[in-house]
Design a protein around this ligand. Structure first.
Ligand SMILES: Cc1cc2nc3c(=O)[nH]c(=O)nc-3n(C[C@H](O)[C@H](O)[C@H](O)COP(=O)(O)OP(=O)(O)OC[C@H]3O[C@@H](n4cnc5c(N)ncnc54)[C@H](O)[C@@H]3O)c2cc1C
Length: 383
């Protein structure tokens, strides 16, 4: 069993860490100021300029296959890279990526959707959840009815990340043959309304009212939409806990620094066991999340069925991030609760990890059912 990274992988990790530290972290104060004044986190063009800078250093399309100009990183290194990016709350992502399921597009769809999305010229949103069906995604009601050679789409989607900025939707709707994915341009007539949230994450309600699309708007097979949706969500289940690790380690570092300098009753608070235990428990839980995540990503990378491992990693990561940020806020005392520091921002942002792409309860349900039905066995090592 070898837990080390190759020299090349270590170089990727170190370069990304250095880039985040040098180029992205210094933007944090500006992001906080803008968000607190109700403005977008950064002026137009700042993130794009950063993406171009990263591109010049070879960081473009981190998971995009080389034939599309990307780095084609496999899941383990993708997870490592997400850990590095999550050390800051600045909403920076490398350019050159597209939703993993867009690679299932037909030749014409590749030209119209995949390539422009990779180039950053088009923006997608993933529209599955509905007001009446979130965890119960198999029960979506948005309808796709054939009308001659076309399809008519009717229904409402909710909590759609980037739904207000997207110029096309990957829409999941129920056809007679089963749930089907459609690529639907905004100018076909769908509308969106932003939904304010407790965090800075922007999501929207998206309405399709008799939206007409041609037969070639279907992504993949008619009736094959649920499989595509699950494969999109499956990737998130190791990306999300990876982000929990990056954010949690950054926060824990802040707590250690504060505890070492803040004095109470004649001593730095770091000398008190009550504080030490919070620090120790946080690191233990973050280490557990780190290795659960990398193991889940390794399963995906090696063609194993990663669903059980990703459910465990996603559950553990989401809960750990929330426990850690709560302890870090506590260690900072009253200052932790103010807007002088970014902790309250992380606190609000990390809360959603326990909800989207499968709630804690749904991950527990998956884990328990897999065990109770004998889909997985206890005591397995190395398979
Ligand atoms: C900020 C944000 C961004 C999002 N982005 C997207 C997006 O881009 N695209 C998209 O399609 N969706 C998106 N979602 C939706 C998200 O995936 C759903 O909110 C999530 O799956 C939960 O569904 P729900 O909100 O309908 O809650 P419900 O399913 O109504 O659940 C309510 C409660 O009941 C529990 N529960 C439900 N069923 C069971 C069960 N069988 N056993 C035990 N407990 C159960 C849940 O765990 C939860 O605690 C986003 C959500 C948020 C908040």
């Amino acid at each position: 069993m070898d837990f080390s990274l190759s020299d090349e992988e270590r170089a990727v990790r170190d370069t990304v860490r250095a880039f985040v530290t040098r180029e992205v972290v210094p933007l944090e104060d500006e992001v906080l100021r803008n968000e607190r004044a109700g403005r977008p986190p950064l002026p137009d063009g700042v993130l794009t300029a950063l993406q171009e800078k990263a591109r010049a250093a070879g960081y473009w399309g981190v998971t995009t296959p080389p034939e599309y100009g990307g780095m084609g990183l496999a899941p383990v290194m993708h997870a490592v890279l997400e850990m590095e990016l999550a050390r800051t709350f600045v909403p920076f992502r490398f350019g050159g990526s597209a939703d993993n399921i867009l690679f299932a597009a037909s030749a014409a769809q590749r030209e119209a959707y995949l390539l422009p999305t990779i180039a950053g010229e088009r923006r997608s949103c993933f529209a599955l959840t509905e007001p009446g069906a979130g965890s119960d995604a198999r029960n979506i009601r948005t309808r796709a009815r054939r009308d001659g050679a076309d399809w008519l789409l009717d229904g409402e989607k909710t909590f759609i990340t980037g739904g207000d900025a997207a110029d096309f939707a990957i829409l999941f709707a129920r056809a007679d043959e089963g749930v089907t994915a459609f690529l639907v341009d905004r100018d076909r007539g769908w509308t969106s309304t932003p939904i304010p949230t407790m965090g800075e994450w922007s999501c929207a309600s998206v309405v399709f009212d008799g939206v007409r699309v041609p037969a070639d708007a279907v992504l993949g097979e008619v009736g094959g939409g649920l499989e595509l949706a699950l494969s999109w969500i499956g990737q998130g289940r190791y990306v999300i806990p990876a982000r929990a690790v990056g954010a949690g380690e950054r926060l824990l570092g802040m707590a250690c620094a504060h505890a070492s300098t803040r004095e109470s009753m004649g001593h730095p608070i770091a000398e008190y066991q009550a504080i030490q235990w919070q620090i120790a428990d946080s690191q233990v839980e973050l280490e557990a999340t780190k290795w659960l995540t990398l193991h889940a990503a390794w399963q995906a990378q090696t063609g194993r069925d990663a669903r059980h491992a990703t459910a465990i990693a996603k559950l553990h990561g989401a809960e750990t991030a929330n426990r850690v940020v709560d302890r870090v806020l506590q260690i900072h005392g009253g200052m932790g609760y103010t807007r002088e520091l970014p902790i309250e921002r992380w606190y609000r942002e990390l809360r959603v990890l326990r909800i989207y792409e499968g709630t804690d309860e749904i991950q527990r349900r998956t884990i328990a059912r897999n065990l109770l039905r004998g889909h997985v066995a206890l005591g397995v090592i190395g398979d």
